[in-house]
Design a protein around this ligand. Structure first.
Ligand code: SAM
Length: 231
């Protein structure tokens, strides 16, 4: 993969970036996403932020390789601290991390989100944590995608700020309110895998000399919920 050939995962993230956007890609690593967007003429400005020196060097090299030095700003920063008000960022992308880390970055950098119209978040695991943060912070999911690539299943959540209260129930938080409407092949693959994993844990618990009743009931309930969704 490079800026001229994005993975299916990052290309799908890119689809949700509005034409002419001013983008901050937080945790950019090689800056493939902002570089691809700039090469395609889709964005007018980008900050490529990363908290770690090595990935930021990767970003600088890729930006130079595709002759975008000066057009994309690589910044060494923790989370949303990469953004300043003068950047007038309207779209924030945080991709390729765990959901708990994405939620933490959003929570810690909330004040940098004033003026941001769209969040495009791609948790590798733990999407539920991200949906919870969005709901608790007045962001509404406007699109969700789930896709399989190279043996992994990825979720992409797209959200916009809203003044109205946002309510998702426990099932929607876990499975995705919009993904639940579609239940595509990648969705079924993900949850069938989770079902197998949970069933194996439950079998082990149940085989113990003194099965822990509370845990057994909790796993059984989780399994029943997934089975209900996959029906
Ligand atoms: N966004 C790219 C993608 O989706 O392919 C790269 C993902 S890479 C697996 C995760 C990157 O996030 C790493 O380069 C890591 O240094 C960076 N990262 C982790 N925590 C961060 C934070 N708090 N602020 C900024 N970057 C962070």
């Amino acid at each position: 993969m490079d800026a001229e050939k994005l993975s299916h995962r990052l290309a799908t993230v890119a689809e949700f970036v509005p034409q002419g956007a001013r983008v901050a890609d937080i945790g950019t690593d090689h800056a493939y996403l902002p570089a691809a967007l700039m090469l395609a003429g889709k964005i007018s400005f980008a900050v490529a932020g990363d908290v770690t020196r090595g990935p930021l060097e990767n970003a600088k090299e890729e930006i130079a390789r595709v002759n975008l030095t000066g057009k994309i700003q690589p910044r060494l920063a923790d989370g949303l601290a990469a953004i300043t008000a003068a950047d007038r960022i309207d779209t924030v992308v945080i991709a390729g991390m765990g959901g708990a880390l994405i939620a933490k970055i959003l929570e810690q950098g909330k004040e940098h989100l004033a003026g941001v119209q769209r969040l495009i978040l791609q948790p590798n695991i733990g999407a539920e944590r991200v949906r919870e943060w969005l709901m608790n912070n007045h962001y509404e999911l406007v699109a969700e995608r789930i896709l399989a690539e190279d043996g992994h299943v990825y979720e992409i959540l797209v959200a916009t700020a809203t003044l109205l209260p946002v309510r998702y129930n426990q099932r929607e938080l876990r499975f995705g309110p919009l993904l639940l409407e579609e239940k595509n092949a990648a969705f079924r693959e993900k949850w069938a895998g989770e079902l197998t994993r949970l069933q194996a844990v439950l079998d082990q618990l149940a085989a113990a000399p003194q099965p822990p009743a509370g845990k057994v009931a909790a796993f059984a309930a989780e399994i029943a919920e997934i089975k209900g969704v996959l029906q």
